[in-house]
Ligand binder design. Structure first.
Ligand code: FES
Length: 101
């Protein structure tokens, strides 16, 4: 039987890494796998590993605006994220950790 629990993460970040291989637009077209790797790296460097989780997501429905990154439970959504724009997401997570928790 399924068990219902509170999330163990203060901030949970989902990065769509769906790849349609060029058949149709997908987040992988904008190097979302690199976006995810850079986010993970930054979270580790900040020492947030026990509080912030970076997870891979499948398609989240806004494929033409990839890379898509969403932050829960704060309901923040970034679109058109490029690998060199990860700092803005990290700043947002930092703000959440300082003010919302
Ligand atoms: S492929 Fe990323 S939202 Fe659809």
């Amino acid at each position: 039987m399924a068990t219902k629990n509170e999330s163990p993460w203060d901030v949970h970040v989902f990065v769509c890494t769906n790849d349609r291989g060029g058949e149709r637009k997908s987040c992988a077209d904008n190097n979302s796998q690199i976006v995810k790797s850079k986010l993970k790296e930054a979270v580790n460097e900040k020492g947030w590993k026990e509080k912030v989780r970076i997870s891979t997501s499948g398609c989240m429905g806004l494929c033409a605006q990839g890379s898509n990154v969403m932050i829960y439970p704060q309901k923040i959504w970034f679109s058109e994220v490029l690998p060199n724009e990860v700092d803005e997401i990290i700043s947002t997570i930092e703000h959440i950790m300082k003010t919302d928790l």
